[in-house]
Write a protein that binds this ligand. Structure first.
Ligand code: F6P
Length: 366
């Protein structure tokens, strides 16, 4: 069987442990050797006890844990060829030429670059006497399977990323909790939620919590939004509602591209309507805590599929990303999905929102 390395990279998200667990267990089940690589690319560069062979029981009791117990890091060294050369040496000496990368678009792009350079790195290591001829021959090609872990749901090619559902649960719990105290005091709450440049969490949280108003980056509010917002809040109060909830995505902007913050909204509501208004910034609470059942299952299915993709790979097979499409788990071109994700980020920057929404929503073939 193959030798597989699995690691988590970039920002953590709930369900990453479930994915690692599934990779380890599916790998062992199929007769592979599986190593966990601690602290993401940093552990790969540092080697030593950062690269540990895993066992069936080694991943017991991890499916329910949030974050990533094998650690994650943003690694500067891996951005340089020098760092990637060291990383390749450490992998080859363990016989690893299959990687499951669990992370966001940046981490997956890094993995693909590593794959493209692999042959050159190996020759260099061999010439420097760092690896033997046998080691080089046994690890000739690097196979990559990516799994997207991010609460933002900002990756093209998969319907859901691991952690989004749990983050949504955290947000909804918080909005429900705020709702009871808000109602008691007839207050208005402006709640800021995460998502970086993606409004998914804010939008679906607003729908699921019966919020009065939501600000998202993809739909910048046009001039006159202040009147529209205040009119809506007043209308709700006039029909007997005792509270107002407004959700602001952290990347929300107006039609001039100016950021809209929770504090801006609070100031407006206080000045125009005189409502007792408070701001709650949910922050990293959204990224913490136990994964939901959905994320545990999604991560388990993706982890298992990632291993099957690696086992199926022969020769220099293009890198794949494991995606959810409807309720099916699919393998897609990693670079195709990364490219589309970067295209969306560019469209967002250029305020071409139609383009961005169209590209995000498209489900495309393998
Ligand atoms: O990408 C996940 C995310 O939590 C975003 O929603 C947020 O903008 C960002 O990471 C926060 O990053 P950090 O944890 O580095 O402050």
């Amino acid at each position: 069987g193959q030798t597989i390395g699995v690691f988590t990279s970039g920002g953590d998200s709930q369900g990453m442990n479930a994915a690692v667990r599934a990779v380890v267990r599916m790998g062992l089940y199929l007769g592979c050797k599986v190593y966990t690589i601690k602290e993401g690319y940093q552990g790969m560069v540092d080697g030593g006890d950062h690269i540990v062979e895993s066992t069936w029981s080694g991943v017991s009791g991890t499916i329910e844990k949030g974050g990533t117990i094998i650690g994650s890091a943003r690694c500067k060294a891996f951005r340089e060829r020098e760092g990637r050369l060291k990383a390749a040496g450490n992998l080859v000496r363990c016989g690893i030429n299959n990687l499951v990368c669990i992370g966001g678009d940046g981490s997956l792009t890094g993995a693909n670059l590593f794959k493209q350079e692999w042959k050159g790195l190996l020759s260099e290591l061999y010439e420097a006497g760092e690896i033997s001829e046998t080691e080089m021959q046994q690890t000739m090609y690097l196979n990559i399977a990516g799994i997207v872990g991010s609460i933002d749901n900002d990756f093209c090619g998969t319907d859901m990323t691991i952690g989004t559902d749990t983050a949504l649960h955290r947000i909804i719990e918080a909005v429900d909790a705020i709702g009871t105290t808000a109602s008691s005091h007839q207050r208005c709450f402006v709640m800021e939620v995460m998502g970086r440049h993606c409004g998914y969490l804010a939008l679906v949280a607003a729908m699921a919590s019966e919020a009065d108003f939501v600000f998202i980056p993809e739909n910048p509010v046009a001039s006159g939004w202040q009147e529209q917002l205040c009119g809506k809040l007043k209308q709700e109060r006039d029909i007997g509602q005792r509270l107002n909830i407004i959700i602001v995505a952290e990347g929300a902007i107006d039609s001039h591209g100016q950021p809209i913050t929770a504090n801006d909204v609070k100031k407006l509501v206080t000045e125009r309507l005189g409502y007792d208004t408070r701001v709650t910034v949910l922050g990293h609470v959204q990224r913490g805590g136990n994964p939901s059942a959905f994320d545990r299952l999604l991560a388990s299915r993706m982890g298992a599929e990632a291993v099957m993709a690696l086992v199926d790979a022969s020769g220099d097979t293009p890198a794949v990303v494991i995606a959810l499409d409807g309720n099916q788990i699919k393998r897609r071109s990693l670079m195709g999905c990364v490219k589309r994700t970067l295209y969306v980020q560019e469209a967002m920057k250029n305020k071409e929102f139609e383009k961005c929404i169209e590209a995000r929503g498209r489900s495309f073939a393998k």
